[in-house]
Design a protein around this ligand. Structure first.
Ligand code: C5P
Length: 408
């Protein structure tokens, strides 16, 4: 699969104000470039104390601009020229002082001047604060940040954790990868703005005894990609995950469960508060009738224990049967006759939309192809990486919301 270029064609004006976190901005330039963006770096004088323009020039492949008095600009209006060609301005790191300056509309250096001079409706401003936790918590900073957001800026972070000063708390600048993902998300169309989306993902694990259990090869990748895509599309997302080792997508609320019954107990009370339910989890069909308290030991006479199984609840069918049901989307992993099996499953579960895929082609992989089946027929989403598929599916779901969801 070729690497996705989610920021292809985007030109980002990256501003650095003074902060230790500037070292992350070097990596950020690389991340943004890898995602296809072109990056023009502007640095304040304070920023130059933390990282050199040489480093930033080498990484961005463009001379860094530091002064409004730089006579190299033919019209001597760097603040105008820079902001007219940018698709967005990102200030990372944004110091407490720089944020205060933005709030006051001051413009006594090139970066603040550019922030003020940018066409507000064409060149959005994103701000990644970076400062000591006391500075972040100070009422003046909090007041300034509220005002900055009220003025239309988008706040990215800050994160929490170890700080360069040795203290621990809120105020760390987000990592380069997180900032790049936030930029990508920022540019996605907000097809699910104001919607709440509930997603199940991964396998379940049904314990036989304290060390063994029944599970399957589901990696959770499709469900996690959908959670990210829905969040990028502006939805408030809750992800109920079986045992998987995947990072939680930014801005997604995650509940970890192990068994099908735990998954159902988490999902059922949440479902009526959501507009959409997407069941991607590969829920184990059966669980052991009883779970042994202690490890089942091998018998000396080589007798093999018999495992009695009980059927697990069907979470998707249970949600679809709720009087206040969200728009329900199911997945059907089949090994053959995809259209027929998916169509039958959609009717059996009484859901408006089902997404078919071939099990062996998807489990654990980063790419797949999908077959969408609803009351009007079926169509394919062609082979792609799972985030691309997830974004396409989010578009399909968004297009179906608003219409009354007739029972299948
Ligand atoms: O019946 P089958 O397991 O093939 O159905 C698959 C769909 O139903 C998926 O969307 C899956 O997440 C959901 N499901 C569920 N609870 C189960 C079994 C399947 O929610 N116990």
């Amino acid at each position: 699969m070729p690497e996705r270029q989610d920021l292809a064609g985007r030109h980002i004006l990256l501003g650095l104000s003074g902060g230790i976190a500037s070292y992350k901005s070097a990596e950020l330039v690389r991340e943004l470039s890898r995602a296809g963006a072109t990056v023009q770096v502007v640095m304040t004088e304070a920023a130059e104390h933390f990282i050199t323009p040489v480093t930033m020039q080498a990484l961005s492949n463009r001379p860094v601009v530091t002064s409004q008095w730089d006579a190299r600009e033919p019209n001597n209006m760097a603040h105008i020229n820079l902001t007219r060609e940018a698709d967005a301005m990102l200030i990372a790191p944004a110091s407490a002082d720089f944020i205060a300056k933005l709030v006051q509309g001051r413009a006594d250096d090139l970066l603040s001047l550019a922030c003020l001079a940018r066409p507000i409706d064409r060149c959005p401003l994103l701000v990644a604060p970076a400062m000591n936790r006391e500075m972040w918590a100070h009422p003046a900073t909090q007041r300034n940040v509220r005002q900055l957001v009220a003025d239309g800026a988008t706040l990215l972070g800050p994160g929490a954790g170890d700080q360069a000063c040795g203290e621990v708390g809120d105020g760390r600048m987000l990592e380069a990868v997180e900032l790049c993902e936030a930029m990508i998300a920022f540019f996605q169309p907000k097809l699910l703005a104001g919607r709440r989306v509930l997603i199940t993902a991964g396998p379940t694990f049904e314990p036989i005894d304290p060390v063994r259990g029944i599970t399957n090869h589901s990696s959770g990748k499709m469900g996690f990609a959908l959670a990210r895509a829905a969040q990028e599309a502006g939805a408030q997302v809750t992800l109920v995950a079986g045992p998987v080792h995947l990072p939680t997508p930014r801005g997604v609320a995650r509940l970890d469960v192990q068994t099908a019954r735990q998954m159902q107990a988490a999902v059922l009370p949440l479902a009526p508060q959501h507009d959409v339910f997407i069941a991607t989890a590969a829920v184990a069909d059966w669980r052991p009738d009883t779970t042994a308290d202690h490890k089942i030991k091998k018998q000396g006479d080589r007798r093999v224990p018999t495992l009695a199984l009980t059927e697990n609840p069907d979470i998707l069918a249970a949600v679809a049967a709720l009087p206040q049901r969200p728009y329900c989307v199911g997945f059907a992993a089949e090994s053959e006759q995809l259209l027929q099996h998916a169509s039958e499953k959609r009717l059996r579960k009484n859901i408006p939309l089902i997404v078919g895929n071939l099990g062996p082609a998807t489990f654990g992989r980063d790419d797949n192809a999908l077959l969408l089946v609803d009351e009007n027929g079926h169509h394919d989403i062609p082979h792609a990486d799972k985030l691309t598929l997830a974004r396409a599916l989010v578009g399909e779901i968004a297009g179906r919301l608003g219409q009354p969801h007739a029972p299948a």
